[in-house]
Design a protein around this ligand. Structure first.
Ligand code: 4AD
Length: 463
């Protein structure tokens, strides 16, 4: 096992003269007269360790197997490196090939590969520079999220993955069943007899942990969930996954203003953390993926987010003098082109849009006194569009019941959710951040399939 000190990240920071052993995978190999060079990566940092093997220091048959893609263990001494950008390199004394690679068929050759191609070899793509960086940033971001909430005294709650209720009320859920699909048990009237299914009723993969998060907020105050969520919507876009990770804080005694403030502090904190901890990875994204990544992130950390109501947003879009593909009118949902205009042209920073028409938002959002809009907020980010969706929740039983009925949801399934309003209801609010959308923002990667280890999208669930 690699231990702190053995990582290539640590070796690269060591002084010349030190004896070290490095283990990793050969990214490239170059042979010149009397000397061989290996670029070795163990995934611990963006940079590779250059290994120099003088002719004759390693047996020919071992050297023969030390090809691109092979895993090796190399011991030797660190020496000052004449190459640009690295202080030290490893002068090899001993080399063992742990696992050879079939060099002829190894798909990751030195030339660049398209992201589309790399998606097809998701079992090997973490070994590339780009994907090593993506997944290190993903890990750092996850850690930053936990530490933000931990520092503020939030309790981390594990909400269920299998559920009987549709949180978003949109019906875009994957069913979970052990019934034999070729031979379904049926009731007299022809409907499927779910009483004979595993849970005794229809069950689904969760679209959100929010409703169960509310249970815990109304007992433990400030809580958050961080887990996988599933959406069976047939959205084949660069921004949608069928399986993605969501972070959902939920706060008791909290209104929409507090909710927005927390969302803004949260985004600034996690961006600040990643800027601080993932410098070389972000520099790579800035150089190779999107030249505006670093400037945008630094700008976001220091500038206040714009806050406007949906009604104002519609007015601005109508006045923009643009030929929108999706026409703008009060009552219609904002589309990607509208979100981009607001964040990239009009305000040039993240924008929080609040108070949407009730018809286009979920049943649980608190109704405003105008009877037409709800206390919703979406945080829109330049390049990405909606990155956070949240709201103050409806805490009044009668209004909530009416909303459940109006949206044709099965009231019985929400009995416990309604009951929370009966016993010690308080104003409460929360939001959800899509981890992968955040990662797209941090890295500049254009397709959400390239920031998740294994993408689940319509028609695709390989690996
Ligand atoms: O706006 P959404 O649907 O909100 C909820 O699920 C609420 N229950 C959250 C809450 O208030 N606790 O989703 C929240 C975020 C979106 O802003 C987006 O970042 C991400 O989840 N998201 C997706 N990410 C990837 N693929 C999809 N199909 C996504 N759908 C939503």
């Amino acid at each position: 096992m690699l231990k702190p000190g053995d990582y290539i990240r640590d070796i690269l920071r060591s002084e010349p003269g030190k004896s070290v052993t490095a283990r990793g995978w050969i990214k490239t190999r170059r042979d010149s007269k009397g000397v061989h060079f290996l670029q070795l990566s163990d995934g611990s940092c963006f940079r590779d360790l250059q290994v120099v093997i003088p002719e004759g220091s390693v047996a020919d048959d071992v050297l023969h197997e030390a090809t691109t893609g092979a895993s090796v263990e190399v011991s030797g001494e660190l020496v000052p490196s004449p190459a640009a950008g690295q202080r030290v390199e490893l002068q090899a004394r001993a080399l063992t090939v742990v696992g050879p690679a079939d060099a002829k068929s190894y798909p990751l050759q030195k030339k660049g590969h398209s992201f589309e191609f790399l998606r097809e070899i998701a079992h090997l793509r973490p070994r590339t520079n780009t994907f090593g960086a993506v997944f290190r940033v993903r890990s750092a971001l996850s850690f930053a999220i936990h530490s933000f909430f931990h520092e503020r005294g939030f309790v981390y709650v594990h909400t269920p993955i299998i559920t009987a209720s549709d949180c978003e009320g949109a019906g875009a859920m994957f069913g979970v069943t052990t019934l034999d699909l070729q031979n379904l048990p049926r009731l007299a009237e022809g409907k499927v007899d779910y009483a004979r299914d595993f849970f005794g009723k229809p069950a689904y993969l969760t679209v959100s942990g929010q409703l169960e998060g509310e249970i815990f907020a109304l007992a433990l105050g400030n809580v958050y969930t961080f887990g996988p969520t599933f959406r069976a919507e047939n959205s084949n876009t660069p921004r949608h996954l069928a399986e993605f990770w969501m972070i959902e804080p939920e706060m008791a005694f909290c209104d929409l203003a507090d909710d927005m403030e927390l969302a803004e502090d949260f985004l600034k904190y996690v961006i600040g953390y990643v800027l601080d901890q993932c410098g070389p990875d972000l520099e790579f994204f800035n150089e190779r993926i999107d030249k505006s990544v670093l400037a945008t992130l630094e700008h976001v950390v220091t500038s206040p987010f714009e806050r406007i109501t949906y009604t104002e947003a519609v007015r601005l879009l109508e006045q923009a003098g643009k030929n929108w593909e999706f026409p703008v009118h009060w009552g219609a949902d904002l589309q990607s082109e509208h979100e981009r205009y607001l964040t990239e042209e009009k305000f040039r920073r993240p924008v929080i849009v609040t108070d949407y028409p009730r018809e286009i938002k979920a049943f649980y959002m608190r109704m405003n006194d105008d009877g037409k809009t709800v206390r919703a907020m979406d945080v829109l980010a330049p390049r990405i569009g909606e990155i956070i969706g949240g709201s103050q929740r409806e805490e009044r039983t009668d209004v909530l019941r009416e909303r459940i009925r109006a949206q044709n949801l099965n009231e019985d399934a929400y009995w416990w959710y309604l009951e929370l309003r009966k016993y010690g209801s308080v104003p409460h609010a929360g939001f959800g951040l899509g981890l992968e959308r955040m990662l797209m923002y941090l890295t500049g990667m254009k397709n959400i399939r390239d920031v998740v280890p294994f993408a689940r999208t319509p028609g695709s669930a390989e690996f």
